[in-house]
Write a protein that binds this ligand. Sequence first.
Ligand code: SF4
Length: 129
Amino acid sequence: MNTPLLLRPHHGLCLLHFVGKGYSDAFTANLAEKAAHLRENPDTKVKICTGADSICAHCPHRRGTACESSKPPRYDRAVLQHSGLKEGQQLTWSELQQKMRLVAHAHLQEICGDCEWYALCAELETKMN
Ligand code: SF4
């Protein structure tokens, strides 16, 4: 992939903790494909964006370039605040993953404790530490 993979900030956390669950078959297949690509190609360039990204693209909750839920923008702001990342910033997945590990270790519950997938991510987080 030469074009950077667009990722909204909190999807760095979702990719870090992905265990094969998602909102729909199409959503989960897309997320699994992106997660596998990044795992195999950690030097892949990613670009931090706001609004719909490469993960939202196949989500049943996407409404154009926005999300029907009010939670994701809040999660994004919190990840930006704790990671120091900026909108438009480009970095490799390896670099982003490192930042997400630190953010998740210290702030996961505070950032996305009310997400429906939080328990799965928190369980994995315990195993990773
Ligand atoms: S729930 Fe919203 S933020 Fe999350 S993947 Fe779907 S459209 Fe994107």
